[in-house]
Design a protein around this ligand. Structure first.
Ligand SMILES: N[C@@H](CCC(=O)N[C@@H](CS)C(=O)NCC(=O)O)C(=O)O
Length: 262
């Protein structure tokens, strides 16, 4: 479960000593954003993590723009893992780039497929989800659900499978992911890939969740396999508790954060 509040290893200026043992640390803004799939995986594997208190995000931004070592790309999320037996010591896994963090957790917790075939398929889905998340972010956050943008989005990314086949649109859409699930292309067990949950399922869940938040009826009727998969992930032990918890952040910035990066 997420753990916020003052932690001894977070300094006043928002920096912290990576060598301090205890919890894994997730630094991110107080929104779901790019960190949400990471939080879902941590919840599923039953780990408690420390999350940056919203109050120190300004200081962290200051550090982020001064120090390259922990922030080579001057972006969040950043994740510092705790050590474990047989693995690197606490603080040595110190990552930015949300997908690198997801893949690290997948490797560490056995959520990255059982062979190269499954791992490659998981990568495909992760990459498709990143592409699609960027598109929904544009419509929902940047264009603030402008009706024209929503209509264009519904006709492209959310187009039904039959239309996609006859259209010139390139790239993944929800129909592509629906097809993967509904046809059991990579899993006969209701997961994205293979016989059990993998990091691809948490990425996919988050994408569906964002769409359900705005277009629940449309998504449920047009993409029933995605909706069913969403319910399956939401019911997982650990995930269900996280989703119901007060510590789950909102999707978008509140007014006090207007203009902040996301
Ligand atoms: N490809 C990166 C993108 C990270 C990114 O864009 N982070 C944003 C927040 S979601 C950020 O830190 N922006 C701060 C800034 O630009 O100052 C990832 O997936 O982690």
């Amino acid at each position: 479960m997420v753990h916020t509040g003052d932690a001894p290893h977070v300094a006043e200026d928002g920096s912290f000593a990576a060598s301090t043992p205890s919890l894994p640390v997730l630094q991110y803004y107080p929104v779901r954003g790019r960190a949400e799939p990471i939080r879902l995986v941590l919840s599923y594997v039953g780990r408690t993590w420390f999350e940056t208190p919203a109050a120190s995000i300004r200081q962290i931004e200051g550090v982020m723009h001064r120090e390259f070592d922990g922030y080579p790309f001057r972006q969040l999320p950043r994740f510092i893992d705790e050590g474990h037996e047989g693995g690197p010591p606490h603080g040595e896994v110190d990552l930015v780039q949300s997908q690198a963090i997801m893949r690290h957790l997948g490797r560490r917790h056995g959520l990255y497929g059982s062979d190269l075939v499954e791992a490659g398929r998981i990568d495909m889905i992760l990459d498709a989800v990143v592409e699609l998340r960027a598109k929904i972010k544009t419509v929902v956050i940047d264009q603030r659900l402008d009706p024209g943008a929503v209509a264009a989005y519904a006709g492209s990314v959310m187009a039904p499978a039959e239309e996609l086949k006859s259209s010139a649109m390139m790239g993944p859409g929800l129909a592509s992911l629906e097809h993967i699930l509904a046809s059991a292309l990579y899993s006969g067990a209701g997961w994205a890939v293979g016989p059990s949950a993998s990091i691809a399922d948490f990425a996919l869940f988050n994408l569906t969740d964002l769409h359900l938040d705005h277009w629940s009826d449309l998504v449920r009727s047009r993409f029933p396999a995605l909706a069913q998969h969403h319910g399956r992930v939401a019911a997982l032990e650990g995930v269900a508790q996280y989703l119901a918890s007060e510590s789950r952040h909102p999707i978008a910035w509140g007014a006090e954060w207007a203009g902040e990066p996301k």
